[in-house]
Unconditional design. Structure first.
Length: 238
């Protein structure tokens, strides 16, 4: 019986080969060490602060640099700000998202009263893959916390014929065992107490010595019920 598994959420976004211009002269920044503040907003102007981070960046010639937003090293919070989320993976759960940049330190010189460069740049499709990968509730997702379709495309509660001796990853034997509802929430959501259990435990179907022959929730072996015993007069050729 299929049960769902999850993968760790993404928490970083790589920005590659950005050409950065001096906000005052509109010329490319000269090579050197800079401190940049990265702010994600829900609007192109004003708006609400979603997420932010400050990074030390080595800018190459023509204002070229690359970095990873959300990287744990070489970064720090921005003092005096309170973003809506601290984990970048949750920054794309809403609608539009805009990236704003502010230069606070340039080649050994602290910039007094720095202001954000305008206009902000809207982030389009790719970063929103965070939402698909770590969906809290989804009909079908590669790795969802609660989903009706697992990563391998098999819905929780599916019963498969299997001839191996070792239990495949993500499955439970159909042997009538009971499990905590909290241990397998997606599976419990699919089959509830149909095969036994109550309260904080539920049971999986018991197909030991039986075979599935139809839809039903009868607990006793009977003709035309799930788990019916294979007596000779019950199996006919067609």
């Amino acid at each position: 019986m299929n049960n769902i598994s999850t993968t760790p959420p993404l928490d970083s976004l790589r920005l590659l080969k950005l050409h950065f211009c001096d906000p005052y002269s509109a010329n490319p920044l000269s090579a050197g060490a800079y401190t940049l503040q990265f702010n994600l907003w829900d609007a192109g102007t004003s708006g609400n602060l979603i997420w932010n981070q400050q990074q030390s960046v080595a800018v190459q010639s023509n204002g070229l640099f690359n970095l990873i937003l959300g990287a744990p090293s070489g970064t720090s919070p921005i003092p005096g700000t309170t973003p809506a989320v601290n984990n970048l993976a949750y920054a794309f759960a809403g609608g539009n998202t805009y990236l704003g940049l502010t230069v606070t330190f340039s080649n050994g010189v602290t910039i007094p009263s720095p202001s954000e460069i305008v206009p902000r740049q809207q982030l389009l499709t790719a970063p929103y893959a965070f939402v698909a990968s770590t969906a809290a509730n989804a009909t079908s997702a590669a790795s969802a916390n609660t989903a009706t379709t697992a990563a391998n495309g098999v819905p929780p509660g599916t019963i498969l014929l299997y001839g191996g001796n070792s239990l495949p990853s993500g499955f439970l034997w159909c042997n009538g065992n009971s499990y905590p509802t909290s241990a397998y929430p997606a599976l419990f959501n699919a089959i509830q107490y149909n095969y036994g259990g109550s309260g904080s435990t539920f049971s999986v179907p018991n197909l030991n010595g039986r075979f599935p022959v139809g839809v039903g929730f009868a607990s006793l072996p009977a003709r035309d019920s799930v788990g019916g015993e294979g007596e000779p007069d019950e199996v006919e050729c067609h």
